[in-house]
Design a protein around this ligand. Sequence first.
Ligand code: NAI
Length: 335
Amino acid sequence: MKNLTVSFYDTKPYDQQAFREAAKEVEGMDWRFHDFRLNAETAASASGAQAVCVFVNDRVDAACIQVLAEHGVRLIALRCAGFNNVDLAAAKAHGIAVVRVPAYSPHAVAEHTVALLLTLNRQIHRAYNRVRDLNFSLHGLVGFDVFGKTVGIIGTGKIGQVTAEVFRGFGVRLLGYDPFPKPEWAATCGLNYVPLDELLAQSDVVSLHLPLTPQSKYLINEQTVARMKRGAFLINTSRGKLIDTTAVIDALKTGHLGGVALDVYEEEEGIFFEDHSGKPLQDDELSRLLTFPNVLITSHQAFLTHEALSQIAGTTLDNLQRLQTGKAWKEGTTL
Ligand code: NAI
């Protein structure tokens, strides 16, 4: 069997470690780990590889796919669940298969979601800095009991479900919105499906767990933010472009939103995952967000647990081996 060469993009030491660990017993694969991102300009670096392995901020658009096809690439293997950054139609037109990791520790993302809410609500981020500065004052650190509040989950797929189940443990009232509801699961979890407007109007906390699609882009915009309860908290651990940042900044300025926790940001490409300290931040909206004490931002790290990394590496490796052996893709992986 001919060796399979795989060109990895936007890799960090933790990715490489997880892949090398998962591939310990695997033979016949050559890895090329790149720390730069895949896009139309860098795509020629895939020359000689039959597969590319990409992450959330690689830009696999039609122009990039054209170059990949010219260099004989046959597979785009996403090492994530979301695939909004790949032009599926262009890949199909060039006969390039696209596979992903449809499920990996939904707990990683759900637990990070809850961590963000608790940190923001109880102001742990501010308290940590204060105490380190020997300031033991509690002034301005009042939060609320999560118990008894209404939590709205938008998107009740794998991650939304685990998030709802974790929140259930706090004794909250759970509302859900999803065009494809799961009534049996909802009954056991105690979640009530309601129309989106109702969820927005009634929830003290709104958490986004839906994919980014042309239909869901800017789901949270000026109009939908206005429908949210005054003082509500918004959490986004899904994709940045689900939120119109300008609308959220306006709502923070008026106090309409009580708190915003983001693991993703609409213009995160080129900023997140990298160390920009010591340089002026060029993104004015991100800069503005960072000035609010009631905004908490993490850099797309919700997936970052040992368990998730090892599952991502395992499924990606299986996807690559299927290309090598000509075996059919496992259900859910192919796009
Ligand atoms: P999933 O496919 O299991 O569930 C998505 C759910 O959203 C489905 O039930 C679907 O019916 C629903 N949905 C689709 N369009 C909707 C709409 N317009 N309104 C409401 N619901 C809608 O996906 P999973 O695994 O739960 O992941 C959700 C998202 O989380 C991914 O698409 C990805 O963008 C994001 N994610 C973020 C990570 C991070 O590190 N921050 C890591 C992994 C995923």
